[in-house]
Design a protein around this ligand. Structure first.
Ligand code: HEM
Length: 137
């Protein structure tokens, strides 16, 4: 049984190059040195974030479950040890902007239904009108 390592942000930040590349995701430290050149999203993005907390960037891409599984499959080094004065973990936060954007999304849904309903009604009216015209001839 290997002991879980604890690394400070300072220690992780020293692993910031192609030959020694650590990333922090959800307060866990991963050694991505060998994975970097196999990364489907490219080596550059990982190098840019080397030694840093990339939780937000990782989540924003919408990585698959397989990508998440890869992390714990051999890359895990240990946990982040937060010291007093360190920045807080970069987790996804539900902000008021999020809820307003979701409400505008649902507003768009209602608008779309209205367009479909009104469009349908107009098409039905036009069809009836044409039928009546034809009946008159
Ligand atoms: C060690 C952490 C990471 C792992 C294990 C990983 C793994 C993967 C995998 C397996 C894919 C293929 C698509 C999928 O299955 O979701 C992918 C795509 C991608 N990754 Fe990562 N990734 C990591 C970190 C990052 C970071 C920090 C970024 C920064 C923005 C990033 C950016 C991307 C992009 C842009 C793609 C899309 C590539 C495309 O579809 O053309 N990845 N990653």
């Amino acid at each position: 049984m290997s002991e879980v390592k604890e690394l400070t942000l300072q220690e992780v930040s020293e692993h910031n190059n192609k030959k020694d590349l650590y990333l922090i995701i959800n307060d866990k430290v991963y050694d991505c040195t060998t994975f970097a050149n196999e990364h489907p999203g490219g080596e550059e993005v990982l190098l840019d974030l080397a030694g840093q907390d990339c939780t937000e960037a990782f989540d924003d891409v919408g990585h698959s479950d397989e990508a998440r599984a890869l992390l714990d499959d051999g890359m895990l080094v240990g946990n982040v040890k937060r010291m007093p004065g360190d920045p807080s973990p970069k987790a996804k936060q539900t902000t008021s902007t999020d809820s307003s954007s979701s409400s505008s999304a649902s507003g768009f849904g209602v608008g779309l239904y209205a367009v479909i309903l009104i469009g349908g009604a107009i098409a039905y009216g036009a069809y009836n009108y044409l039928q009546a015209q034809q009946a008159q001839q």
